[in-house]
Design a protein around this ligand. Structure first.
Ligand code: PMP
Length: 327
């Protein structure tokens, strides 16, 4: 029987697990790190999953209608995913995006027919930044105020939309469980909105309460500041521990994880570079961060000969204009 898909929507998810044999050997790890490669989604990131889930739910409930403009605030990948789904389904798309993300993200969104607006061009956001600094959650509220008078727009809002963790509970988690035959001892993922960690974590814990779940956040000195104007950040990832309560995204279930790791941009880059050299695949900065954290976990005695699944959110090709692969 022919096996021809009719829409990119049918190509989202069912990404492969790959045991990182080259990396594991190079690091002489006694635990087994297995990567979940989200770059196999049609637009090369984990965010294709939530883009499709949020749009289809909004269609079902009538919040999104023909001719509408989809709006989102994102550091890039959700914008790419939504731009693609909008293109395939015939909606307009506008994304509010951090100024400092790699230029590939702007290029890809434009190629998919989406409009980009830098956060520095939105007066409500500039006001928030001046008052509170780069606060992601306050920024969401500022965008909400900015578009509140507009008609025929639908704000997807990945930080609060329950379809974000739900789709990981319904797809990413079950895929990991099935593809390991239930032999997964730990799961490691970076936190941006918290959707991935919460959805996958809850699914795995439901099937085996002994599975250990770990979140990853950037170290404080991974952020740009007047002292570090050139600092490259780990795109898409935000602090969720040792931070102000109001900075924590609604989609992060704080009861689901057993611990967390802090990773510096340079450590994230180091891990991604070694994976490229040893296993032959390019992943992005947050993948490097999650892999670096998984490597720390793998050196603990309790994980000897255990399977650690690490979520690798996107492709390294989206970072060629950064220093990720420049040693
Ligand atoms: N890595 C990248 C590259 C991302 O774009 C995101 C999403 N902001 C994450 C990690 C974190 O995923 P989540 O939002 O599900 O916590």
């Amino acid at each position: 029987m022919a096996n021809i898909h009719q829409s990119i929507a049918e190509l989202v998810g069912r990404t492969p697990l790959l045991q990182l044999n080259g990396y594991n050997r190079a690091k002489q790890l006694s635990a087994n790190i297995i990567g979940k490669f989200e770059l196999f989604n049609p637009n090369q990131s984990v965010k294709d999953r939530i883009a499709l889930a949020m749009v289809e739910e909004a269609e079902r409930t009538g919040k999104l209608q023909k001719g509408d403009t989809i709006i989102e605030l994102t550091s890039g990948n959700t914008g790419v995913g939504l731009a693609a789904i909008a293109a395939a389904k015939g909606y307009k798309f506008r994304v509010y995006i951090q100024d400092q993300v790699s230029k590939e993200r702007f290029q890809v969104i434009h190629a998919l027919g989406g409009e980009t607006v830098k956060l520095s061009e939105v007066p409500e956001v500039v006001e928030v930044f001046e008052k509170y600094g780069p606060d992601f959650i306050k920024c969401v509220e500022a965008i909400e105020r900015h578009v509140s008078g507009e008609k025929n727009v639908w704000f997807a809002d990945q930080t609060r939309n329950p379809q974000n963790p739900n789709i990981h509970y319904r797809t990413t988690g079950p895929e990991i469980w099935q593809d390991t035959d239930g032999r997964v001892d730990a799961f490691v993922a970076c936190v941006g909105t918290g959707g991935t960690l919460s959805g996958v974590g809850n699914y795995l814990k439901k099937h085996n309460p002994d599975v250990k779940i770990y979140g990853v956040q950037p170290t404080e000195d991974s952020f740009q500041s007047p002292e570090r104007p050139e600092q490259e950040e780990i795109t898409g990832v935000h602090p969720f521990e040792n931070t102000k309560e109001e900075y924590i995204p609604a989609n992060l279930d704080r009861t689901v994880y057993d611990g967390y790791f802090e990773v510096h941009t340079n450590q994230a880059y180091e891990a991604a570079r070694l994976l490229a050299k040893k296993d032959g695949i390019l992943v992005g900065a947050s993948s490097g961060a999650a892999l670096y954290a998984a490597t720390q976990l793998a050196s603990r005695d309790e994980f000897r000969r255990k399977n650690i699944v690490v979520l690798l959110p996107d492709t390294g090709l989206r970072y060629l204009s950064t220093h990720l692969f420049e040693e």
